[in-house]
Design a protein around this ligand. Structure first.
Ligand SMILES: [Zn+2]
Length: 284
């Protein structure tokens, strides 16, 4: 993974953009009235103060030549507001972690599905049935096991469609790909190793509308023609996928799993009444 020139990141995580910004800005630390602040000086017109979740970290972006005294004054003026934000974040409950239990919702290809967990002997299986995302697992499987089973299924969903999607964009962009791979990626939707002509896709794409996978594959293959983001890259994308910006927005629309408590209708008569033999076995 030494060569990752083409990165399609989640918002604000574009690696090329980061590199670009770092050349244009200088970052220092300072303490004002006991408050630790990250100060970023760059070519902007106004001063911005941001407080980040969940730890209440404070970042100040300032015009390059604004005197320190001015920055000090601005922060002191907003100190009450900063403390208020920090207290609010610190009081917030810890983020909810999916448990993969009945009633939770999980996205599949852009559609929110309610999970139905059925404990049964035999091997694990996953099936979309009557709008439910049915997870059949051996009794006693813990949340980690249930998550793994579901992730394997998401991976298979991608594997089933990838050959067609890759072939389509190889042809339209006239750029052959040597290899594609799927893996868990937290901050990227895809990446491209130009030298190896290999593209990587995030497992998360199976949760998104199919247009998103289509767009990310096009984007990564386009890097075989144009290494860096910029007008030339955008022009290639526009020539083959004029609506790529809409796709980008769709990609950035969150598709979070949701707790069962938000979904009161937990009983799924179809699944409960069926015998195990009607399930499609999923080979992990
Ligand atoms: Zn890119």
């Amino acid at each position: 993974m030494n060569s990752l020139p083409g990165i399609l990141g989640k918002p604000g995580e574009d690696r090329n953009e980061k590199r670009y910004n770092s050349m244009k800005s200088t970052t220092t630390r300072l303490t004002i009235q006991g408050l630790e602040i990250e100060l970023v000086r760059k070519s902007i017109k106004n001063l911005h103060i941001r407080v980040y979740q969940p730890d209440g970290r404070v970042k100040v972006s300032s015009p390059r030549n604004l005197p320190n005294a001015e920055i000090h004054r601005a922060v002191v003026n907003r100190m009450a507001w900063i403390r208020e934000q920090q207290n609010r974040f610190r009081a917030a409950p810890a983020p909810w972690v999916p448990q993969f239990v009945t009633g939770e919702t999980h996205f599949v290809w852009g559609v929110e599905r309610q999970l139905d967990l059925v404990e049964r002997p035999g091997r694990a299986l996953v099936e979309l049935k009557d709008g439910w995302l049915c997870l059949g697992i051996p009794p006693g499987s813990d949340a980690t096991k249930r998550q793994r089973v579901l992730e394997d299924w998401y991976r298979q969903q991608l594997k089933d469609v990838m050959p067609d999607v890759v072939a389509k964009w190889e042809q339209r962009l006239n750029a052959p790909v040597a290899e594609w791979r799927i893996r868990r990626m937290k901050t990227l939707w895809g990446s491209c190793s130009i030298r190896a002509r290999r593209i990587w896709l995030s497992l998360e794409l199976a949760k998104k509308h199919p247009h998103c996978l289509d767009y990310v594959v096009a984007h990564e293959i386009a890097h075989l023609l144009q290494r860096n983001h910029g007008p030339a890259f955008d022009a290639i994308m526009t020539s083959v996928l004029p609506e790529w910006r809409d796709r980008q927005r769709l990609l950035e629309t969150p598709t979070p799993a949701s707790p069962a408590s938000l979904r009161p209708t937990l009983f799924n008569p179809h699944i409960r009444q069926e015998s195990g033999s009607s399930y499609k076995w999923f080979v992990a």
